[in-house]
Design a protein. Structure first.
Length: 296
């Protein structure tokens, strides 16, 4: 079975797009589509179906794609361990973080790095998502901690934390009770440049639930200004709970069908470097700490 076909299938599953997966791998869309078609022929099942809303797994794909993920993860672990044995890894881990990543998660990362079998120092860089992705692809960073808002299918991914999202709407300050997403769509939302991941999260949240996103005509420079403007009543805002810096009378938990809406954070790293096996251990420790801290 062709390994590239498996990787193409995982990329389409993550990006929900044949064209985006092809761009990520640097191949033409026909080449990627043909690779997946050959894989489906070998397996005897169809993995994906196209619809006006994009690409989604078939019922058979829903069962098989997680197995493909597991198989590729196991193969990547073999390669990573061989890299570690053949090439000594550096003493530092260069970690890029989005501005949305909180100090508590960064502190957990330092603990995880210090507790590796071979302890590492962390060298941090905070930057916009586009710059972080460029530096990871160029080898200038070893790992990213970022909101899970845009797939990088040629890299390893693992969810490391989640947190609730709140709506700040001073125009609706009569209650602190949770607000359903559909009801929250009545407000006009202030957005920020799509640099830290918050705007991508907000727009995708509304789009994926077939809700129109009404927006304020201006734009805040970052999530901190967004918080201030919402407090002043300029418009409404969606923010991760940890990013609220004031006691907002109009701050309410956002829910969907009664369940909290959450923003997800992930680690992203290259499994083809001498540090790969240590990064696997680092992310595993970071994930375990996150589970313990949330009581899951």
């Amino acid at each position: 079975m062709n390994i590239e076909g498996l990787r193409y299938a995982r990329a389409v599953s993550r990006t929900k797009s044949f064209s985006a997966a092809a761009r990520a791998y640097g191949v033409t869309q026909p080449a990627l589509s043909n690779g997946i078609a050959r894989l489906e022929q070998e397996l005897g099942v169809t993995l994906f179906e196209r619809s006006p809303r994009g690409v989604r797994p078939t019922p058979d794909g829903t069962r098989i794609l997680p197995m493909i993920d597991q198989a590729l993860d196991a193969l990547d672990s073999v390669v990573a361990e061989a890299q570690r044995l053949a090439h000594p890894a550096p003493d530092t881990i260069r970690m890029g973080v989005s501005p949305l990543i909180g100090a508590d998660l960064v502190a957990r990362a330092f603990d995880a790095a210090r507790n590796l079998d071979r302890p590492r120092d962390l060298v941090l860089r905070e930057a916009d998502l586009a710059h972080l992705r460029e530096d990871l692809q160029a080898g200038r960073l070893d790992i990213l901690l970022v909101p899970a808002v845009q797939a990088m299918p040629t890299f390893r991914h693992r969810v490391i934390a989640r947190e609730p999202v709140v709506v700040i709407d001073p125009a609706d300050s009569r209650t602190r009770s949770p607000v359903e997403l559909q009801a929250a769509a009545d407000a006009a939302y202030i957005l920020v440049p799509d640099s830290c991941g918050l705007t991508t999260f907000t727009t995708e949240l509304f789009r994926s639930h077939d809700l129109a996103l009404r927006t304020y005509p201006g734009e805040a420079s970052n999530y901190r200004v967004l918080d201030e403007w919402a407090r002043m009543g300029v418009g409404a805002a969606l923010l991760p709970q940890s990013k609220i810096t004031h006691d907002h009378g109009g701050s309410r938990p956002l829910v969907r069908a009664g369940h909290p809406v959450e923003i997800t954070y992930e680690a992203v790293w290259d499994n083809g470097t001498p540090l790969a096996a240590d990064l696997e251990d680092f992310v595993a420790a970071l994930t375990e700490q996150g589970t313990e801290s949330t009581g899951d």
